[in-house]
Design a protein around this ligand. Structure first.
Ligand code: SOE
Length: 376
């Protein structure tokens, strides 16, 4: 067994999902590599140490540049706010480290391009944590489309709905609330939530060729945690856009943090000539399938409980009928990354794949500003 020493930067929500994945992957997947939780890096030493103790990291760093310089680190995992992705990724690539970067790749296409060029020049293995691709029901949807079971695709429809920023008293910026600060995040729901929908859509249904969008910032000013002053809000609170795919299908995407009652409702539906598929993150182990080829007496929407060993990833888990959850999508991504090291093939989404999503996000934001269709 070869070891893969992980140096993780940031210990928030994503730091926990990734740490859990590294810790558990070898219990379930037969792999040649074993991740080792070598170092956690964050500015607050006390809290980083507490995190290291809780998750079993061997050491703590408070300066990410020092972490990257260490010879005993093989892979850098970037779990920081988006404004640090570029500098860390470029420095890590120049130091010859493998990189696993949290989504979205960057705050802008320009930053993403610099990152892609850096990893391509260095030739280091890389991946971006668009984890929903590896929810077995979503992977199954991709498999069914690839097998041609839907025939020609006409429609793609996706939503990502939340409600956690409705309160006007919620400040922006700083720890936990950096997603509301345009400087740290780059954008609002477009980069944070629609990026997931776009990544899945491109992966399943191919390239997006044009978009027309609208965005809204419902709460225009919020106190900034870093300055203590009331400041203009620069992010999009809600975004809806229409799109065309290269395969001729039409799409509608919507995301908001103002859909009272919805916490993380990511849904998509795909309508083809022969069949349709639908998926819902709140019921993530199920794929709804309508097959027009079924006997008309029993034709209808089938609720497929994705828990059988024949279905993606499920032979690694329990027994048919017993389901898995959100955290497993991250374990699958680590397993696929480690397998990609064995085979020497890329582990999608690579930085370049994630840059395709970045390009669509930026086109969406530009279209919302100009009121025009934007070609990709
Ligand atoms: C935001 O609330 C968030 O945590 C996103 O940043 C994640 O990418 C998404 O999966 C869930 O919601």
């Amino acid at each position: 067994m070869k070891t893969l020493n992980i140096g993780m930067i940031g210990y928030g929500f994503m730091g926990r999902t990734h740490s859990n994945a590294y810790s558990n992957v070898n219990h379930f997947f037969d792999l040649q590599y074993q991740p080792v939780l070598k170092a956690i890096c964050a500015r607050n030493e006390e809290r980083a140490t507490a995190f290291a103790n809780q998750w079993g990291y061997e050491s703590v760093e408070t300066d990410w540049r020092k972490l990257i310089e260490r010879d005993d680190i093989d892979a850098i995992d970037i779990c920081t706010p988006n404004n640090l992705h570029r500098d860390i990724a470029i420095a890590a690539a120049e130091a010859g480290k493998m990189i696993l970067c949290e989504k979205p790749l960057a705050r802008s296409v320009a930053e993403g391009e610099e990152m892609c060029q850096a990893i391509e020049k260095a030739g280091v293995p890389n991946t971006v944590w668009y984890n929903y691709r590896r929810v077995p029901a979503v992977t199954l949807a991709k498999q069914l489309v690839d097998e041609g079971r839907l025939g020609r695709v006409f429609h793609y429809r996706a939503n990502f709905l939340q409600d956690w920023t409705i309160s006007t008293d919620l400040p922006q910026g700083g720890e936990a609330l950096w997603r509301l600060d345009v400087e740290a995040a780059g954008s609002g729901v477009t980069g944070d939530l629609l990026a997931h929908c776009i990544d899945t859509a491109i992966w399943i249904n191919g390239p997006i060729t044009s978009v027309t969008a609208m965005t809204e910032t419902f709460v225009k000013e919020r106190t900034h945690n870093l300055t203590g002053k009331v400041e203009k809000v620069g992010i999009d609170d809600a975004c809806a856009f229409l799109a065309r795919f290269a395969n001729g299908s039409l799409a509608i995407f919507e995301s908001t943090r103002y859909a009272r009652g919805h916490k993380a409702l990511y849904t998509f539906e795909i309508n083809g000539e022969k069949a349709s598929l639908a998926w819902d993150l709140h019921d993530l182990h199920r794929l709804q399938v309508f097959d027009h080829g079924d006997d008309s007496l029993i034709r209808g929407w089938h609720n497929v409980h994705v828990s059988d060993g024949d279905q993606p990833y499920m032979d690694k888990w329990w027994v048919p009928g017993l389901q898995i959850g959100y955290e497993h999508s991250f374990i699958h991504q680590v397993a696929d990354f480690l397998k990609s090291l064995e085979s020497g093939t890329p582990c999608g989404p690579t930085f370049r794949d994630a840059q395709a999503t970045q390009i669509v996000c930026e086109a969406v934001l530009n279209s919302a500003k100009s009121g025009q269709w934007v070609n990709i």
